[in-house]
Design a protein around this ligand. Sequence first.
Ligand code: XMP
Length: 513
Amino acid sequence: TVIVVDFGAQYAQLIARRVRECHVFSEIVPSTMPAAEILARKPKAIILSGGPASVYEPGAPDVADGLFELGVPTLGICYGHQVMARALGGTVANSEIAEYGGATVALADPGMLFDGLPAEQAVWMSHRDFVSEAPTGFTVTARTDVTPVAGMEDRARGLYGVQFHPEVLHSEHGMEIMRRFLYEGAGCRPNWTMVNIAEESIEAVRAQIGDGRAICGLSGGVDSAVAAALVQRAIGSRLTCVFVDHGLLRKGEAEQVEKDFVAATGVNLHVVDAQERFLAALAGVTDPEEKRKIIGREFIRVFEAAEREIVGESDEPVQFLVQGTLYPDVVESGGGTGAANIKSHHNVGGLPEDLQFQLVEPLRTLFKDEVRALGEQLGLPAEIVWRQPFPGPGLGIRIIGAVDRERLDILREADAIAREELTRAGLDREVWQFPVVLLADVRSVGVQGDGRTYGHPIVLRPVTSEDAMTADWARLPYDVLQKISTRITNEVREINRVTVDITSKPPGTIEWE
Ligand code: XMP
């Protein structure tokens, strides 16, 4: 494994992903983890991430004592580079001039890290502090006009530092530098591949569950689907999946789970039709947080009732609950940073703490793109594997105003048209998500077929994103937008106006509620 020491969340995750793209397993640990604990994980290499702090700030995160004496090849990036320089007797200075964005580094000495790479290369920088003097024993390998030590290494001790961000795609040879560090510098082998991951995960699930039974809540999303498919491979019919149809699904979604998923996996599926119950609980409710709470609460009740039925079905008790928890959730909840609660996210399939099951979380070391690759490896259909994220509370939070069956039907039709046209234009994978929102309490005047109309507007919210933490509005081609607009106003009678949301996140969120 390669240990990525986290000095600032987003940086560490990106580095960990890049290491895995080099087919080497990587794990993120907090910068407060003691060196002995890091060593206990038997790392082949250590990477110190970038971070937002200045090494001289009071309380700035520091590197664990003794880390550079472990004899493990280590690469410092940006803040990690500065921490390394300072800890080993070099000098870090504060500059008047910051260096943000693209820069060109010139190689002073290719050393190990830059061996075979061009003497000048475009890199991505984001710093104000800089290493002005490398520690004794280090060779300066690269510089820019404003940064005298943009790269340094002490090959004998296996220590390497770069001021720029090789993990960012704008650094043109970044991946080669990562590979050189991992393969040449640390002797890692590229054997972390999807075939191995699938086999190892299936084995691990088998070992955990033994001859016990498990249940899994399916949401229709890719995470729970892949987790279920994996566990099904491991324990076959001793897994039962539960799918709650809360009536807030998009067109064709329930059928997709019932038919496509079962066809691909042969899994035991237990479908609960709880539409009436959810609609009754939501009647007249307009406050977004209240809607979310009601949906979350009802979901748990329905799921628990289903679970009791399944558990009671046979003499053998069900001891395991499968969940599609992903690595970013694990890192974030372990990071202990008090992120503000912007919306109370309700994870369909997610259950409260006080359950009597042991959790099986076969995806907890994986990133989303890896989960998709694993889903393909397990033979799941592309419609499931490449499905865009859809919130647990479903269309319930895409109707602005009270939720009822008629409004849901209107939104379902409009949403189906928008998705169909996006697919037809071949843009499914470029667009991260494409919510369609019904402004159910707003009406505007229109004219259709010589008559006055007084209908509802609909909002198209196509966004691009890497991880849903930030997002930008997707620049859909005008002809695609026009097609969607014409079709929705022609085919959905209650809609007489189509608008596009052009707000990034922040300040907007992806969903409207
Ligand atoms: P926002 O609207 O906060 O959404 O920008 C970020 C991402 O999270 C999804 N989302 C949810 N997913 N349960 C979920 O499973 C929820 O309650 C929930 N609310 C929002 C949203 O679709 C986007 O991908």
